[in-house]
Structure formats: C-alpha cells, structure tokens
Write a protein of this length. Sequence first.
Length: 276
Amino acid sequence: MSAVAASRSAQPGATEAPGSGCTIVCRGVSKIFQTLEGERIHALDNIDLAVPEGAFVSVVGPSGCGKSTLLRLLAGTLEKTAGEILLRGTPVTGPRRDIGIVFQSATLLPWRNVLENTLLPVEVQGLDRRVYTERAHALIRMVGLAGFERKYPFELSGGMQQRVSITRALVHDPAVLLMDEPFGALDALTREQMNLDLQRIWAAAKKTVFLITHSISEAVFLADRVIVMSPRPGRIISELDVTFPRPRSLDVMGTPEFGRLVTEIRRKLAVSGALD
C-alpha cells in the first residue's frame, strides 16, 4: 500500500485499515492490452496506491509508461486486467457520476456558450438544471470567468477554455477530479498562470485531485505528493512528499528545496531508464 495511506494509518491511536479515509485506493492493479495481431502489451503492473480525501497528487513518468491508462482505469472507462480499484470504498466497475475529468484539450462544444458547456454533465446525468445552474454560476465566478457566461469557445483564450473545462468537471460535485495533462497544449506563461489558478480552485473546491503531467516542476509545484512511474510496464518506483506551505507562489520554484525535489525525481527517472 502507498505511503500516502500508510502515513495516516501509522499515526498514534489509528485503528483503521490501510486505505481507510482515502478517496482512491488501488490494490495490485495491472493492465494488459491485446493487439489485433494477438500481441500482449503489459501497460501497468501491480499498482498499489492510496490517495487521502482532499489530497492533491501528481503523477510523472516517461511517455508510454501507463499514466493515462491508470487515469482511465480510475475513471472507469477502461477495464483492469487484475487488482482492485476503490473510490470512497466502493469498487470502480465502470464510468461513475462522482468523477470529474479534465483532458489536455478543453473539448468544449463550439455551439454552446460557457454556461451551457459547464452544465453539460448536468444534462447528461439527468440532474435538476435549475438547482445546478446556481452552482455553475458560482464555479464560473470561482475560476475567474464572471461576465463570460454567454461567450462561446471561439471567443476565449486557451487558458480560459481550460478553466471552463474545469467548471464542467466540477459542476456535478464529484468526489475526485482526474486531470490528464490539462495544460500541456498551453504556452509557458499561460501554463504558469493556470498552475496558480488550479491551486486556488483546488483550495476553494476542496476536491481530491489526481493530476498527470510530463512537467516535473509542475508536479512539484501543485502537489502534496508526487508519484514517479517506471517505463512500461508502469510501476510506482517512488513517492515524494511536497511540504511547501500553501498558497504557493511561483517564487518557490527558485528555492533550493524545490530544486532538490525536482533533481531527485529526475534522478529516479534516470535510474529507472526513463531518461537517457
């Protein structure tokens, strides 16, 4: 079991089983794909993971190591080969309403404005639009888009579009927010601003966040804990706590401790063969 859970269960007086009080628990999770030619591709191997309620966890690893596969397993859009995945104590056996997902592309519907794009999960899930419209307006204000409710995607910058994708993922009040390289397509300055915005949104929304990123600096800046994965078949080779006080400014990236964590993660990736 991941040290995220172990550190909690090891506290004085703790009697809960490992993984108790966690939003996400994976036990021995593996995934093998079979190609049309009959080749077996071992994508993930024996993933043990526990993410406490309200935590912000980042995952880094080389391309093809199974990061996105793991996210799809957590989302219930892909079936595992072996192991167990629990979300708030119940097995993940398919897509669930208590999960929100943000992808690298905002994938907004061009014929719907900001408010209508935000409310899309409400319509898909058959929820009461009148009740959730108020929540949608509150989320739009929270991400800094008040006044843009009637604007369409083509009228928004890339960063603004991603903020809308975050409101859409949160509008139905999910237990966990899964994010797959959400800022990978943005320019460097916009990406830095979105890192600050996401930190603020996470603090306000109080959701468990599971972020996949190729940027080690981004992973360290945003997370309470960074999970490092090996090349395929993807395994967890290390987990590092990040203890910088919050809210964090971009200045923390220039501190010796930040540099030490980034260097340590890079070294672990190099030792695993993930870096040349």
